[in-house]
Write a protein that binds this ligand. Sequence first.
Ligand code: GLY
Length: 563
Amino acid sequence: MTGPALTAILLAGCLLAQACAAPLAHAAGSRGAVATGAPEATEAALQTMQRGGNAIDAAIAAALMLGVVDGHNSGLGGGCFLLIHLADGSLVAIDGRETAPASATETMYLRDGKAAPELSRTGPLAAGVPGALAAYEFAAQHYGRRPLREHFETAARVADEGFVVNARYAAVLKDNIETLARFPATCAVLLRPDGSPWQPGDRLRQRDLARSYRALADAGSRWFYRGRFAQATARSMRREGGLLTERDFARYRIKLRQPIRTTYRDCEIVGFPPPSSGGVHVAQVLNMIEGFDLRSMNAGSADSVHLLAEALKRAFADRAHWLGDPDFASVPLGLVSKDYARLLARDLQLDAATPVVRHGEAQAVSPGAFGRHTTHFSTADAAGNWVACTATLNTSFGSKLMVPGTGIVLNNQMDDFSAQPGATNYFGLPGASANAVAPGKRPLSSMSPTIVLKNGRPVLAVGASGGPAIISQTLLALVNTIDFEMDLETALRQPRFHHQWQPDQLRVERGVPPEVRLELERRGHAVVETRSLSSTQAVAAEPDAGDLVAVSDPRSGGRAGAW
Ligand code: GLY
């Protein structure tokens, strides 16, 4: 993991040290449940359900409110993956990932033959065409019960009246002040008039954003993709040296994807397919560990951490080579086959870390290809609609570039492409040609919205924030509930760890006991302590606790709600 990513995670850990000691946000009810990363978003989602909305409406209400009160993580300038289980049992995967501009090129982030990371991380070249709005609108029109306008109006009120800046938001502003300060339109909103960052307790009003939300309430996404927003963005790009054009916006389309369905023990795991890498690698790791008796190893033991870390290493080596937008690269379906997982795991030793030199050969195993700083929220209703949605601008405040007069900050999702083979992105993830930049292509993601079914019915909707750690944290929520039979609150309380193959480090939260760390080191892991990894938001069916349970991870400062 690179310096900036590590700093961000450690900072989050410092901020959350107190929260982690506090009780987890937990709520139970029989009619609906919501877990999001912000109290205002959970409240908006619950109110929507109380007005007759379903879990899809609740997720959209939460998403739009998060864009107001948690705008460093997600917003209309970014993208999302929306995974839905409908009451009739059908599954929908809406890909609202950003796309590269039509004039993007494979070498656009190289200078003198070398990757120049700043170009894909900050400023006009960092942004792809945002897809979140198109995904929310599609979901509202096809599966919701409440008009999209209502969600926009609710969130616009908060944007207008302001919200109280919390310690996390203030810290993110402070941490990013130098890059934010390069963009006058961004400063005008996100910094105080004297140029200092807003402090905890300040009220932050976003009048331009409120106007944008109201324009969207009136005109729908046309305003964004074919109207004033596209025009304003294109103007800003021409001025700042970016590539996005009105035509790029007009050409944006969500993609409906086939979810990845795999079995694990007595459950069916439904994950998001490429361009997410999350669904593939959660399934791959589960397939690898299925041949081991994880349950007998006990949660948090050196044995179980070692097994999961070794499986993660192998999965992330495949990620670096094989994964990319399936509309551009041939991502082998064999990656999620159980036979392939057995092959990958055959040199996995229980008593020693084994070096993983390169990716596996998935295409030889099973032919065929997939048809083709972030926030997660989960919702469920009594009718059986469940949503797992992960949305992001990529790193905090994305490109930092706010489109003047709109209050909307553009993503820096272009950094999730591989600038050149072997070059690492912000999260230290290497990539290959499968994830090279190309016009209209979607960058590879780790976002892993996941729904678990048991006997055909949903029992868990889960996902996480935290770059590549999204994959490991989603995986831990699954094994803690399925293998270790923990209730959701206990499952999310467990200390976490993460391995992403490169760098060859096993990152562990402080809560992992010293004797476990020592034993992991003895087995050959380079153990690195971090105070907090990622944040998970989940809802579950727990008949003993009131049917539906929502748990919001204290690492996020969010809130669970149910009724
Ligand atoms: N931008 C982080 C991800 O999508 O994985």
